[in-house]
Each structure stands twice: as C-alpha cells, then as structure tokens.
Ligand binder design. Sequence first.
Ligand code: ZN
Length: 259
Amino acid sequence: MNGDVKMRAGADWTRQYDLERMNRHEAAEAFARYKTAIFPIGATEQHGPHLPLGTDNFLARELAFRLARRVGAVVLPTLPIGYSWVWRDIPGTVIIDQELLKRIIKNVVHSLFRSSGIERFIVISGHGANSSAMKYAVRELVDECPVLCYRFTYPGVTETAARHARTPMWEGMLHACELETSWMLVVRPDLVEMSKAVREYPDTPLTKAYHHSSVPMGALSDSGVFGDATAADAERGEVMLQEIVEYMLGVLESTGNRS
Ligand SMILES: [Zn+2]
C-alpha cells in the first residue's frame, strides 16, 4: 500500500459506519454501540440528460452517512430500486411496487431487531415516490416490534430551496432540477454532465391533471427535467445538504433522540 492509498483509507470516516465493509465482529460491536440502523433507499430511473439513473441512490447514501456521523449508527447497504411508476416506459427504469417496498423495509427492521438488537431504525429515501411505502411500513412496525422508526425524504426541502435555490421548484416537487443537480455536484461530480443540463418547467393542460389523475410525470416533460438544472451549484448544494441533515437531527431530538 503506498502512502496515498493509506492516507485516503485513513481519511475515510464512512468506514466505521458501513455495514457492507464490516466483518461479523465489527458489526456486532457497531450495533452494540449505536443500537441504530440507517437504511438508504433510492431508485433506478431517468434523471434527465445530465444525471445518472442512480442519482437517488447516491444522494440517499450520502445523507445516511452524514446522519450516521452525527448520531452514531450503522448504515445498511442501499436499496437501489424503488417505486418509479411514472417512468415505467423510459429505458433503464427498474420498479418495485409499493407493497413490496413496504415489505422489504419491514423485513429489514424485523431481521435487524432479531440479529442485532437495534432499538432505532431510520429509513432515508432519495426518491419521493417511496414515501408512501415508508409511511405505512413504519406505522405497521410500531405495532409489531419495539423499534423506534423514522422516515425521511429530503425533510424541510421546500424551505431549504426557498432559502438557497436560485430557480423555483416545479409544482413544489424536485426531479433532476437545480436541487438534485446541485447535490450531485457535491456527492458525485464525476457523474454530472453540466454541458447537457437543461431547463424545463412542464406547463401543459396535463400538468394540472398530474396531481388529480393517473397522468404520469413521464408524460409531462420532454427532457425528464422538472425545473432548471442549469442553475445548479455545488456550493449551495452543500449548504442545502447540511440543512437537510440538521432537519433530520431536529426530528430525532424532538423525540428525545432516544431509542
Ligand atoms: Zn431523483
């Protein structure tokens, strides 16, 4: 191992929280110490011409490790597939349904409660459409086992965007826009192609129908972008990511930050 590699390995603070890289003894110690598991979940779906299909996975994992560093927690492997029905006709989309997603979350909690004695479980999604399954999973779990469960999908993002974004969100939603692109410029700049970023605010008669019918987002945007990806900026992206983490901490503290 040369000096550079050693230095990078030493600087990798995620190692101590990352279940995938632990051996059985390290895992036992980490769960005994932290009693908390964080489960990042995402999606494999189009994010416009300039971002990778795994955008939501990278973002969820980043937030998971940032939160783990603050509260002490074991970060589980990322679930890289979510509920992406709106992009079901776009090449590359991979979908699991809401019921299966709910069951996966519940199975994860039940198995970790048994194997590792977790007292607290936090699911962090990088993908908005996973939220319903998360909500009902934690509601059912609270009646089934004594694990305190939390669910987060970019909490407080509307307020954060109002403070730091230069362009408006589309219909209060975020997809491949200034926000997601800014965050990816922080997390995986090597995978962002800003020269291909575009601005699109779908405004058709179908836009209204989207909220009140089965019209999918995929029918509204030509580019797959909902907002202005060209306005993305890593510096503001970093500030927004920090605010999202602070919001999560606030929620944990509001419940006593206890397990
Ligand atoms: Zn996304």
